[in-house]
Write a protein that binds this ligand. Structure first.
Ligand SMILES: [Zn+2]
Ligand SMILES: [Zn+2]
Length: 338
């Protein structure tokens, strides 16, 4: 029986060495270098190979970067390896540093040998949270334009702010929010996105948009002018449920987006109307009154004269005396609106 030339054990694996001594001399994993990862705590991107890239899970970033740093033994056949970053609890913030122990397990075989050998390592990975250049520029008040919301419901402001906040990884930030007379201004870092968001508002809430640009400064290196843009969004003056009088007929607004969808309250027919075609100044006033008679036919109290009158549109509905109903009065006639 031959002995290991290094430790004297009664076992030969390869090159006159026992398994342990051979593996110490020729490990499956030759080297790994300590890893440092920069992460922007504001836009949630990490820095690698000269650029900032967005990510979802820090664990996957660590795995990806560690994997690229591993150098395996060319003489061995690597069957598989596993990476398991152990991430401590942490809070993101300026200059927060966390240490992540990454457990590496490698399985491989050596030439002429069937035995699968296993090696285990722990690689320290340091993650440092900072502000990336783009975000620090934004923090200093940079903006390319203003989305000006006018005559809008609270819902529109909430929607716009929410949507814009979701765009951080695209390099889009809200630099400033300002309540102004009649509305709300949102300062944003990307011109293109201001147009994009205003189109979205138009499609969702209906209304009109108007864009204008203002010379801001001049890029001397590329000799071109730099503009800031303002896009104004004014919400439609009508809302769902409004009654509009168009060409002497009454319509109830069902939906407002780029167009207005309305239902003729006499015929029940749907109609799509382009906002530009509407020459209606204001919606008809909706008033509340009550049913005064149900037999032999339905009558309600006229909300202005308090006389019992037959409404113009009954549509086979069942009513009870004293039941409250909502109506509009048009040319002295009373129309039910619900
Ligand atoms: Zn040995
Ligand atoms: Zn950033």
């Amino acid at each position: 029986m031959e002995l290991c030339t290094k430790c004297g054990k009664k076992e030969i694996f390869l090159d006159n060495l026992c398994k342990e001594c051979y593996q110490n001399k020729n490990p499956l994993l030759i080297s790994f270098k300590p890893v440092k990862i920069l992460v922007c705590f504001f836009c949630h991107r990490y820095f690698s190979k000269g650029k900032w890239t967005g990510f979802r899970k820090l664990e996957n970033v660590v795995k990806d970067i560690v994997q690229k740093r591993l150098v395996f033994n060319d003489d061995a056949k690597i069957n598989s390896f596993k990476l398991r970053p152990v991430i401590p609890k942490y809070k993101e913030g300026p200059n927060v540093k966390i240490n992540i122990q990454t457990e590496i397990t490698v399985f491989g075989t050596y030439p002429g040998k069937k035995t699968v050998l296993k090696e285990e390592y722990v690689l320290p990975v340091k993650v440092i949270f900072i502000l990336c250049p783009r975000c620090s520029r934004h923090k200093s008040g940079y903006f390319e334009g203003i989305l000006q919301l006018r005559d809008v419901d609270e819902e529109v402001i909430d929607y716009a702010v929410n949507e814009a906040t979701k765009q951080n990884q695209r390099g889009i930030f809200i630099t400033k929010k300002l309540k102004v007379r009649n509305g709300f201004d949102i300062y944003l870092t990307k011109r293109g996105y201001i147009h994009e968001l205003s189109r979205e508002l138009l499609n969702k809430f209906g209304g009109e948009t108007k864009a204008s640009k203002k010379l801001f400064s001049r890029d001397k290196q590329r000799s071109r002018d730099i503009y800031r843009i303002n896009v104004l969004f004014r919400q439609s003056k009508f809302r769902k449920g409004d009654i509009l009088k168009i060409d002497d007929e009454l319509f109830k607004v069902r939906n407002i987006d780029r167009n207005i969808t309305a239902v003729n309250i006499k015929t029940g027919k749907k109609k799509s109307i382009m906002p530009k075609q509407i020459r209606v100044r204001a919606a008809e006033e909706i008033k509340e009154t009550m049913v005064s008679l149900v037999f032999p036919h339905v009558e309600i109290l006229h909300p202005e004269t308090f006389q019992s009158v037959k409404p113009e549109n009954i549509k086979n509905r069942k009513f009870k005396v004293n039941q409250k109903v909502r109506v509009v009065v048009s040319d002295g006639k009373v129309w039910l609106v619900d």
